[in-house]
Design a protein around this ligand. Structure first.
Ligand code: ZN
Length: 305
């Protein structure tokens, strides 16, 4: 079945200044267009930070995002000072993410999987909220905050065990309110690292010398090859691609859009703001992802009943 491009003619793919995207359909016009492109097809869904913002997890690339420079893989592995800083901050961050609850977007996608419409989710998020919402076939493309990995021997350790050990090694560290504020709110910068250079960290308890790293893909690091292969398989066995809540600024997400287009599958992109693959979309909708996915789910399930 030929794929009809409903909106096209985009400008520079990386023009991140455009919020909302003036070329996209709004939620009202986008709903029937998206439903029409997807109905009767089995879907693979690619999700990003935008599906978790309603769960209180900030989107560092979204329209309201504060400028932020994430620590790269090279900085983390190359400097013990940076690792101390990372773990000191992450002791706050991971608890926050671990306690987050699924949003309407996660719940809608889990329902679509139960009803046989969604066949798999590829997520760039590390928060495990799709699984918490009940989705089963989920690929954590960029890993998860719930595990720590030894970069030498590959041993994986649950994050809460590492957390307990770090707390034991650093009694009273967070009692200083000034420290807490610096760590919690400041971007990664030398000024805040001063407060964390005495934070005690430890090496792999199994091989005794490997550097422990959260089992997440850092900037400057690639997703493991087997995960990329599985993601491609998920795309290939589906009949349409729904992209939700990602600006597709990195190649790790764009490649699946290209693959879907090559396969002749319709691609629906729902995001607040422009994305790096809008020019390839069958339908592009500029909307808040949570509300839109809930409406789209009702529409697709209505057609099923
Ligand atoms: Zn090890």
């Amino acid at each position: 079945m030929p794929v009809r491009v409903i909106r096209a003619g985009y400008g520079a793919p990386n023009d991140q200044a455009l919020f909302p995207d003036p070329h996209a359909l709004d939620a009202a016009a986008g709903l029937p267009a998206a439903a029409s492109a997807l109905k009767g097809r089995q879907l693979v869904v690619l999700t990003g930070a935008g599906v978790s913002t309603d769960s209180g997890i900030p989107d560092y690339r979204g329209p309201e995002a504060k400028p932020r420079t994430p620590m790269t893989y090279q900085e983390f592995m190359g400097s013990e000072r940076m690792r101390r800083h990372y773990w000191a901050r992450n002791q706050f961050g991971w608890h926050f993410v671990a306690n987050a609850e699924p949003s309407g977007a996660h719940i809608a996608l889990a329902e679509l999987e139960r009803r046989g419409i969604v066949r798999g989710i590829i997520t760039q998020n590390i928060d495990r909220l799709h699984q918490k919402a009940g989705s089963i076939d989920v690929l954590d493309l960029h890993g998860t905050h719930q595990r720590v990995i030894c970069t030498r021997c590959g041993t994986r350790i649950p994050r809460h065990i590492v957390s307990d050990r770090l707390d034991a090694l650093n009694p009273g560290f967070y009692d200083d309110v000034a420290t807490r504020h610096d760590i919690e709110y400041a971007p990664d910068a030398d000024a805040t690292i001063e407060h964390t250079e005495h934070f005690e960290i430890y090496d792999c308890p199994v091989c005794q010398e490997g550097i422990l790293k959260p089992d997440v893909v850092f900037f400057g690091e690639n997703a493991p090859a087997e995960r990329v292969r599985y993601a491609k398989l998920l795309v290939d066995r589906a009949q349409a691609l729904l992209v939700a809540g990602t600006s597709l600024t990195v190649n790790s997400g764009k490649r699946y859009v290209r693959r879907a287009v090559t396969n002749g599958m319709p691609v629906v992109i729902v995001n607040h703001g422009v994305t790096g693959s809008d020019h390839l979309a069958t339908v592009k909708v500029d909307a808040f992802v949570g509300d839109f996915l809930q409406s789209l789910t009702e529409e697709l399930l209505h057609d099923l009943d």
